[in-house]
Design a protein around this ligand. Sequence first.
Ligand code: MN
Ligand code: MN
Ligand code: MN
Length: 286
Amino acid sequence: MPIYDFHCHSNHSDGSLAPTELVHRAADCGVDHLALTDHDTVSGLAEAQAAAGALDINLVTGVELSVNWTAGLTRKTRCIHVVGLGFDRESAQFLERLEAQSLARRARAENIDEILRGKGLDGVLPRAIEIAGTEAVCRPHLAKALLELGHVRNDREAWRRFLGDGRLCDIPVPWVSLADGVQWIHDAGGVAVLAHPAHYRISRKQLMRLVHDFRDAGGDAIEVSVAGLDADQMTRFAKLAGRFGLRASTGSDFHTPEHTWRNLGSQAPLPEGVEPVWDILPGVAA
Ligand code: MN
Ligand code: MN
Ligand code: MN
């Protein structure tokens, strides 16, 4: 049975491997169909494509968009992740739209740095830019910088005190809306997938609302299998997919070999009875 992994990260966002290393590792892990889904950027895809061409790997274009979702009557806005698959990576319109997301990410990093400096914690942003190797700093880079500068004792403390949801540096970011994010992916010819439904700390009722809104926005699929999910959760998400008429996707959300529990292709195969997302991805064989 072929192994699919439609969710992972390289050092073009917050992963640790270069796209070439990532693709080689995926091949070593037996992955046949791979999508590199860096946060709000497709800058690693050309390199990944070149590496995949030399191996027996079918590379699908990918990206993981941060989107803002405002939940029903509560009007509370949350950041949700939507994976795009199979789009045209050279679409000038899509690239321009992704650039706006990069600017939002950069502004967030600057705002967080300002809050931290207000607390007497200096030098975090410059260090994070060094760690990231780019100005588009993700929160894990800021966490690492806080640790390296001795501002916190461990990674957990960085998230608990400063960077986590609802913590001191949790500031609104002008990400694209859920509906527009789905539209962006469609406009570029791709398929929109609601990422890691277990990841959002929301009630079951709220999750239903989210999946409902995602489907109403034209969303195509939901990640039913993600590394770390147990069988009960997978069954739940498979049912959710069926109920809302969504396709099922699968991915590890691999970031680094250090996280041995999230290795490439290590997530469970999709359960029986779901309609796999690859059926609607051109050029991907079952
Ligand atoms: Mn990430
Ligand atoms: Mn994510
Ligand atoms: Mn991810």
